[in-house]
Design a protein around this ligand. Sequence first.
Ligand code: 2AM
Length: 176
Amino acid sequence: MRLFYALWPAPTLATSLASWAEQARPATGGRIMRTETLHLTLAFLGNIDMETAEELIDATPVHRLEPGSLTLDQYGVFNRQRILWAGPSRTPDDLQAVHDGLWLWLSGYGVQAPTQPFRPHVTLLRDIDPAKAPEPTPEPLIWHYDRMVLVASESRQDGSRYRVVAQSRPQPHPAA
Ligand code: 2AM
């Protein structure tokens, strides 16, 4: 099973992110991501054997994620992957700690942490022309998160399909 952990935006935030994608697209071109599956990856696990996958599906609902907030205030481009994304211009310490704590927890399941640094982002468009500068950034979006989801990614002819297979226990949010 190809798995990843992600923050999954509430529908209103996902709609705002979709409008960021629409605003950028005239300049960059590219394929727009489906609003219902926009997400911010915390940990990409890759292919996981069924036994470990089932352990993670069982353990995720009892995992507590420290709630926090982040501000999406910039467009970014991954040139090589030809991706346009939305993300924070500075990774909040709280979110970095969530990422680091998650990988520590995953190491107990034998899943190896990546060597590259955490670059929090929500992919909005794929197959863009990376040479084309995005439009001016829209109004920043504040994201209050209180849980993470475990997602199975299935390759299809028409791209990847994502299925949420578990979520961590929602935590009371300090901003509420
Ligand atoms: P992307 O949107 O930048 O491509 C499912 O594929 C999710 O996992 C996507 O958010 C994707 O990021 C991310 N992902 C895919 N392969 C990855 C890798 N090797 N390292 C980190 N994240 C990856």
